[in-house]
Design a protein around this ligand. Structure first.
Ligand SMILES: [Mg+2]
Length: 390
């Protein structure tokens, strides 16, 4: 089999809210075509125009090959070899960040092709079945103008997630700073007050996580507030300090009695090794597309298992990324939960309508996928309707 074409789609919701902290409003979707008619699909959670440019850029010289150029004419079933080829060939300009995000979408599509060609679900190609089903957690980020309305709304959503059958939910409690949702501006020291309202609403037996989205720039100030969260029995606290402050993150680990979770923005296993060994994180959160695709995400899972760390993948896009997360999780015994936004509870048409045959939650779990490849297909009408005009 030979790769004959690579097509990129930049997709965008028509009613974009730039003041929201919400990455479900845009997408880069790739299709890899083959001479046998099999098409693989993948996506990545990144700047979609940037990723498209990196994929479509022509070759410049031996250290700066174009990603699409490197794939055309190759055997799509040699997925790991193609990952290495793309990584080495784009090292000069790629290596981390956007370059790896772009490789991630392509790698996802290659695994989809391989599964379809061999007639097996992707997880069977990645490893043994380590879990018969996957536990999803709900990410909750309502709108609220102030502390009181946001707390009440978040608590209501948490109760709804519990009633809906989720075994766990994550509270987005970013009250200020550059990533505060929808213009919210309240003191960061108030985070424990919001968590208290939510814990009291759901009761003691429901698993809660908290995401504060890089609120603090100083580890000691951060610790002072986070210590007040210890009484709420949280599963983890996500990204309290900026992602490059590895020594600060290790300081939190050493002084706080709550698991620390990072990894949604990291690319390649190398950044996760730094996060785990120098940053001492307890929970690694690879986003399958961003980290470099299923090939690299699986390596991160294995490296985390070697170090007795948990995996809880980040996923905030469409049914394509959710499928990739679930296939990865099936083969990772250290994967505790996957992030899962139910289509019916989401306003984003990308989440609701981009794929057909979405993987769904049943009785509080996502069952073992059985369809070949990723097991999801693009809804072509949605792709045409949401195609970005630029
Ligand atoms: Mg997050």
């Amino acid at each position: 089999m030979e790769i004959t074409d690579v097509i990129c789609h930049v997709l965008l919701l028509p009613d974009l809210h730039a003041e929201d902290t919400d990455g479900s409003q845009d997408d880069i979707v790739v299709e890899i075509h083959t001479d046998e008619g099999i098409i693989g699909i993948g996506e990545s959670d990144t700047n979609p125009w940037g990723a498209r440019a990196i994929i479509e850029s022509p070759t410049i010289h031996t250290m700066a090959l174009g990603l699409k150029d490197m794939l055309i004419g190759q055997d799509p079933l040699q997925v790991e070899e193609l990952w290495e080829r793309m990584y080495v060939g784009s090292m000069h300009y790629g290596r981390r960040g956007l370059g790896i995000n772009a490789i991630g979408a392509l790698d996802m599509a290659l695994w989809d092709i391989k599964g379809k060609a061999l007639g097996v679900p992707c997880w069977q190609l990645l490893g043994d079945e380590q879990q018969p089903f996957i536990k999803p957690y709900a990410s909750l980020q309502p709108r609220g103008k102030d502390l009181d309305s946001y707390s009440k709304s978040l608590a209501e959503w948490a109760v709804r997630a519990k009633e809906y059958g989720f075994p766990a939910a994550k509270l987005e409690v970013t009250l200020s700073g550059p990533y505060a949702h929808h213009g919210l501006d309240e003191p960061a020291e108030s985070v424990p007050e919001v968590v208290r309202v939510c814990r009291e609403a759901v009761g003691p037996d429901f698993v809660l996580m908290v995401d504060v989205q890089y609120t603090w720039s100083n580890a000691r100030d951060c610790l002072r507030t986070l210590k007040r969260l210890e009484e709420f029995d949280l599963f983890f606290i996500e990204t309290p300090l900026q992602m490059d402050d590895l020594d600060g993150i290790a300081f939190l680990h050493d002084n706080l009695n709550i698991r620390i979770a990072y990894g949604e923005w990291q690319t390649t296993r190398f950044e996760f090794i730094d996060l785990m060994d120098r940053g001492k994180i307890d929970v690694a959160q690879p986003d399958v597309g961003r980290v470099g695709g299923l090939t690299e995400a699986k390596r991160v899972c294995d490296l985390a298992a070697d170090r007795d760390r948990l995996i809880v993948p980040h996923c905030w896009k469409s049914g394509i990324g959710i499928a990739a997360s679930v296939h990865m999780a099936i083969t990772a015994p250290n994967c505790a939960y996957v992030e899962y936004l139910p289509a019916e509870l989401c306003h984003s048409a990308l989440r609701r309508e981009l794929v057909e045959e979405d993987l769904c939650m049943e009785n509080g779990v996502i069952p073992l996928p059985t369809q070949p490849g990723l097991g999801v297909e693009l809804n072509r009408d949605t792709v045409e309707r949401l195609r970005s005009p630029v």
